[in-house]
Design a binder for this molecule. Structure first.
Ligand SMILES: [Zn+2]
Length: 293
């Protein structure tokens, strides 16, 4: 249900997921979206009850379980068939932990049981992706960041991908009508997006020509991963342009509407000023960018 809601905004099955759900549950630094794996979280929450049974013997429900079922034995050593559903679930929780390769007695005898810490422990270590700062440390609007995340993973439904799945024969870029629509082309070798990106690079006083997506992303990782204000504003601008180009492309395909480069340029700059105005450390820097290129 969570998967369906993320991709469609509703709980009905509709369409194809853009990114595999397991990957979305990974931490952001590893290229996921840090979506909680509810199944695992729930299992750990039940284990917490098992730990409570062992440690907190002053609670009424615990005294009751001890008196009727445990009778002096450890909660994880007991097999109870004749008990309520919830008591059986709690007492059986140890099986799941053992499947995960942990010693139940060891976990149960700890002085503290934190669901979040156990979740992180069981989720394991992940390899950090080099582009993590693009999405983790970015003050852009959530919808910009989501578009950027999909573009980084090359998961937007560009026409080259749709054609590969046999969904369309038309692979022409709706922005320039001159080349195949791919991630590499849209961001930013297309004449339309290239001119727009060039304007924004000029706005940020970055003297270089715009490039294709692979090169742009590499450049951003190398030059805009730091915590300086300019790097932060750059990351925000990158997220904004991806979102606005993708939106423009969709307007042209699905709504027959068109905006020129100037209009999008203004919308992006206004959007960035609006986001930055909420962050005090950005204010001085943004005053220097108080113009349209
Ligand atoms: Zn194009």
């Amino acid at each position: 249900m969570c998967k369906r809601f993320l991709w469609n905004g509703e709980t009905q099955v509709k369409g194809k997921a853009l990114v595999v759900w397991d990957i979305l549950c990974w931490p952001k630094v590893a290229g996921g979206l840090n979506v909680i794996d509810i199944y695992m979280w729930n299992k750990i929450a039940i284990l917490k009850h098992l730990w409570d049974l062992n440690k907190k013997k002053d609670k009424l429900w615990i005294v009751w379980v001890h008196t009727f079922y445990l009778k002096g034995r450890k909660p994880w050593e007991v097999i109870v068939n004749q008990a309520s559903w919830i008591v059986r679930k709690i007492l059986q929780a140890r099986h799941w932990l053992e499947e995960k390769g942990l010693q139940i007695a060891e976990v149960m005898e700890t002085n503290e049981f934190c669901i979040n810490a156990m979740y992180k422990k069981l989720r394991g270590e992940y390899i950090k992706v080099p582009w993590r700062r693009m999405t983790c440390n970015n003050q852009g609007s959530p919808k910009w960041l989501f578009a950027l995340y999909l573009a980084i993973n090359r998961r937007l439904y560009t026409r080259d991908r749709l054609a590969r799945w046999g969904i369309t024969n038309d692979t022409l870029c709706p922005l320039c009508m001159e080349a195949h629509e791919t991630h590499q082309h849209l961001f930013f070798t297309c004449i339309y997006s290239r001119m727009l990106w060039q304007k924004l690079l000029n706005w940020l006083s970055i003297n270089r020509a715009s490039n294709g997506w692979t090169e742009e992303l590499n450049w951003a990782v190398e030059h805009a991963s730091s915590k300086t204000i300019i790097a932060e504003v750059y990351r925000m601008t990158l997220a904004a342009i991806i979102y606005y180009i993708w939106q423009e492309r969709n307007y042209r395909i699905f709504q027959n509407k068109e905006r020129n480069i100037e209009m999008i340029n203004r919308a992006i700059i206004q959007g960035i000023h609006c986001r930055a105005s909420m962050i005090p450390r950005f204010i001085g820097f943004m005053q220097k960018l108080n113009f349209y290129p």
